[in-house]
Design a protein around this ligand. Structure first.
Ligand code: B16
Ligand code: MG
Length: 217
């Protein structure tokens, strides 16, 4: 029986992925390389440091540990500058009614995000009130595809993995959910999120009951 829903943040609740992409691309170009949209797909759900390491690897660039740290600080300043101006319109369509349906069904809601900016995003959008538990990149020590972030969210809700559905837009996030023994619902394309138990393009017109029915089919 499902008793909790764990939501990823970037790409599931809010379209911050475009802001991450713009900031990473700006940094990549300043470092003398570039970042394509296809490469950016592979950065979804990946921590800040690991994202830069991948960009450097793709561009054949070597930086010291101190320089890597410094460059991630710059990227984050640009990213934060962009998201400061977000408003509720950037919450993805259908998400809030869906979360209302989760609450109405008596299920708890948690956040399971790799982002260290997650708390700030929730406050800017004024949606912190929906969450029983908030686990973000400041609390975890292992990145997706490790299931730690979802395990911590389930534990804070007092639930077992099999009692929770994880909603994720990243391949690595789906992998983490499956590894941890959660039901995994992908938000995006079936061709990309091949391991998910169910893939939906978005939450428009969806409620928890329709997801449960599709998961059981
Ligand atoms: P930050 P999620 C992830 O958030 C993003 O998908 C990923 O692009 C980003 O690099 C990562 O958070 C770290 O974010 O730099 O803000 O700490 O999708 O797990 O909610
Ligand atoms: Mg995401």
């Amino acid at each position: 029986m499902i008793k909790g829903c764990i939501f990823d943040l970037d790409g599931v609740i809010v379209d911050t992925a475009q802001h991450h992409f713009q900031a990473w691309r700006r940094l990549a170009r300043e470092l003398g390389t570039d970042l394509t949209e296809t490469q950016n797909e592979r950065l979804k759900g990946v921590s800040r440091i690991e994202s830069l390491e991948l960009i450097l690897q793709w561009g054949g660039i070597e930086l010291s540990e101190a320089e890597i740290k410094q460059q991630t600080i710059r990227k984050n300043e640009w990213y934060v500058d962009q998201i400061k101006h977000m408003d509720k319109h950037e919450i993805l369509d259908g998400v809030l009614p869906f979360m209302e349906s989760v609450k109405a069904a008596g299920c708890m809601i948690a956040l399971g995000s790799a982002s260290k900016n997650a708390g700030m995003v929730l406050d800017i959008l004024d949606i912190r009130k929906y969450f029983t538990s908030i686990i973000d990149g400041n609390k975890t020590t292992r990145s997706k595809p490790d299931p730690q972030v979802f395990e911590m969210a389930a534990a804070e809700m007092g639930l077992k993995p099999e009692e929770c559905i994880v909603f994720e837009d990243a391949e690595k996030g789906i992998e983490a959910a499956i590894k941890g023994g959660f039901k995994a619902v992908g938000i995006g394309k079936k061709e990309v999120l091949t391991e998910a138990d169910l893939v939906i393009p978005n939450f428009i017109g969806r409620d928890l009951n329709s997801i449960l029915a599709d998961l059981n089919n």
